[in-house]
Write a new protein. Structure first.
Length: 99
């Protein structure tokens, strides 16, 4: 898949539990971001805004780890079992995006 292009359909659907968990976490992060936006608009103390930004960054990183684990356990495993070892390069490129 070309850089920045989207999207493939997942062969093995995500579990309903995973979908609910990720959706809940994303909605929470969106709420945090909306709160940060309000803090900036209200001229709240920079340290408080930065603290909230750090919290939302950690929340998004946690979501990324959950999705990466699912990707490794399903998509990557399936492609390797099918003899497609190019997926390893894809995983390495994905990991670079999170470091």
């Amino acid at each position: 898949m070309a850089e920045g292009s989207c999207c493939h359909q997942k062969h093995t659907p995500r579990s309903e539990e995973l979908k609910r968990d990720v959706t809940r976490r994303v909605n929470r992060a969106i709420g945090q971001l909306n709160g940060i936006k309000a803090m900036v608009e209200e001229d709240r103390y920079c340290g408080d805004v930065l603290t909230q930004l750090a919290a939302v960054e950690k929340a998004v990183a946690s979501i990324s780890r959950i999705v990466m684990r699912d990707h490794l356990q399903t998509c990557v495993t399936e492609r390797i079992q099918a003899g497609d070892d190019e997926v390893i390069d894809e995983v390495m490129d994905l990991l670079k995006k999170f470091s």
